[in-house]
Design a protein around this ligand. Structure first.
Ligand SMILES: NC(=O)C1=CN([C@@H]2O[C@H](COP(=O)(O)OP(=O)(O)OC[C@H]3O[C@@H](n4cnc5c(N)ncnc54)[C@H](O)[C@@H]3O)[C@@H](O)[C@H]2O)[C@@H](O)CC1
Ligand SMILES: [K+]
Length: 491
């Protein structure tokens, strides 16, 4: 069977397929997997909430409920006081029905639930099979748990959280979640990520069905560029950043700083002479070049050009519209398109997307935040499916890598690969932070890192740099923290 790395993320359907493949292979039966899952939940309850006066187990009609009946039985066997409540009886002839039959105690309806502060609630109502909204009796029961202030341990997912999207407006805040085999997108996308509390992923002997196409972003996913001792600055690649006007130069400088600290041989800011005068007063090792009458020619004149950042503080939509397709078609550099240069294509993105396809394999990286995403892909933004699916659709349409920014940044490639970034802190939510990120992507891409890997690595490094820079960091601090982060992971 396919080998699935531990950082792989499976959709609800992929998880169900892995479950079926395991059962079909004869390695484990459905009831055996459920027994493993329920035992893991009971173990987590004992380890994390050892002092609970009573444990209330809330069971749904599917296999999530089945895990609950198993956990209830095991906890009672260990001498814990356990009360079980069901929304509905388990589906007939299911593994859950078998598990419920082995629970020897009473099963009450949800309206009998009266939790107290010292109790523990195990939420086994809905897991991977949930979609839509919670039924009213479940909402009422969860509100009672919240009002009692007792901890909730979720089985697989907090009930009400959609495993594919992370959406879940009626779910209750859980202290911990025990999930099985691999995480789902909903464990990492907000609000699901917060609602889960501490996530414990337990191996219950499920076997992979297919190779993964979604991962939790981290160093296992990419390899940072390395340079031999006898390299020289042009061999290390060069980054160009287009500057905004005289009173909007900061964003380009931040991008250039992010790029520089990611390891290329050189970073150059190109702009109009009055803007370059301002830059000259601030920077030393970043080079400055006039944009002149022919911006494309100015870019092509740069030795070893590997990547261009277009958009931060640019302010000139017409220039973005003219230059972006030209860079993709007339040069071999990677184009990182951010901020104003994304908005510039809001009315008609087709020349950009066509150029991305003409320019060849993944030469374009788009880095929209939610507002910019909605401008460039309004129908996708309004559609269903959550952030992961939306980023994938946008990548497919644009022919570029889409790095959909936010606290749960998603990076998606046109071939369907995607990564969810989970190391961002509030330090990144500060003006100019995104400009630094665009620069890091370009810095890595200029060193011949493929676009998807460069975007994933940049998002993760940016998160680590933000953590290191501390809660009151400004964008400059994030750029300044990068060398230490590279040092830590050996880049
Ligand atoms: N996939 C795996 O590898 C394993 C899964 N197990 C458990 O099985 C769970 C998945 O089981 P199921 O597929 O039976 O799914 P669930 O138990 O999550 O839910 C399915 C049931 O909920 C109902 N339902 C869904 N949305 C609803 C809504 N909005 N309102 C009312 N009812 C709704 C469905 O009609 C169905 O009866 C996992 O979350 C996990 O806890 C474990 O038992 C063992 C291994
Ligand atoms: K649950």
């Amino acid at each position: 069977m396919a080998d699935i790395a531990a950082d792989a993320i499976l959709s609800n359907a992929e998880m169900a397929a892995a479950d079926r493949a395991t059962i079909d292979s004869g390695a484990f039966s459905g009831p055996a997997l459920m027994e493993n899952a329920g035992a893991a939940v009971a173990a987590a309850a004992l380890a994390r909430f050892a002092g609970a006066a009573r444990v209330h187990v809330l069971c749904g009609p599917g296999n999530n409920g089945g895990d609950g009946y198993v956990a209830a039985r095991i906890l009672a066997e260990r001498g814990v006081v356990v009360c079980v409540y069901a929304l509905k009886p388990p589906r007939p002839d299911s593994d859950a029905e078998q598990a419920a039959r082995r629970w020897a105690g009473a099963v009450e309806t949800l309206d009998a639930l009266v939790p107290h502060a010292g109790d523990l609630v195990i939420d086994a109502l809905f897991g991977a099979g949930f979609s839509g909204g919670l039924p009213d009796p479940v909402k009422t029961a969860l509100v009672r748990c919240r009002d009692a202030g007792c901890p909730v341990l979720a089985v697989d997912l907090p009930s009400g959280v959609n495993g594919d999207t992370g959406e879940g407006e009626d779910a209750v805040q859980c202290a911990a979640t025990v999930t099985f085999y691999r995480k789902r997108p909903g464990h990492l996308l907000f609000p699901g990520r917060t609602l889960c509390g501490t996530i414990e992923t337990v191996d219950i002997d499920v076997r992979a069905a297919e190779p993964p196409r979604t991962w939790q972003n981290g160093p296992a996913l990419w390899t940072l560029p390395r340079h031999r001792a006898d390299t020289h600055k042009y061999a290390r690649g060069a980054v160009a950043v287009l500057s905004g006007p005289r009173h909007g130069t900061g964003a380009a400088r931040l991008s250039a700083m992010g790029a520089q600290r990611s390891g290329p041989g050189a970073a150059t800011i190109l702009g109009h002479p009055d803007a370059l005068d301002i830059h000259a007063a601030h920077i030393t090792s970043i080079m400055l070049r006039p944009l002149g009458d022919d911006p494309l020619a100015a870019l092509q004149a740069l030795k070893g050009l590997g990547a261009v950042v277009l958009g931060p503080g640019l302010g000139d939509f017409a220039l973005a519209r003219r230059l972006a397709p030209a860079i993709l078609i007339e040069t071999e550099a990677m184009l990182v398109l951010d901020a104003d240069a994304i908005t510039a294509f809001a009315d008609d993105p087709s020349p950009l997307f066509e150029a991305a396809r003409t320019g060849g394999a993944e030469r374009l990286v788009l880095t929209p935040h939610a507002g910019e995403f909605a401008r460039l892909f309004p129908d996708i933004a309004d559609g269903d499916g959550g952030k992961l699916a939306k980023a994938r659709q946008a990548a497919d349409r644009s022919g570029g890598i889409v790095l959909f920014k936010g606290a749960d940044t998603v990076v998606a490639a046109p071939d369907g690969r995607a990564a969810i970034n989970a190391n961002a802190t509030a330090a990144l939510a500060t003006a100019g932070s995104g400009d630094v990120l665009a620069g890091i992507i370009a810095g890595l891409a200029a060193q011949s890192m493929p676009a998807f890997e460069a975007a994933c690595a940049a998002a993760w490094l940016h998160g680590e740099a933000g953590r290191r820079a501390g809660s009151h960091a400004i964008a400059e601090d994030i750029a300044d923290a990068l060398p230490a982060v590279f040092g830590e992971i050996g880049g």
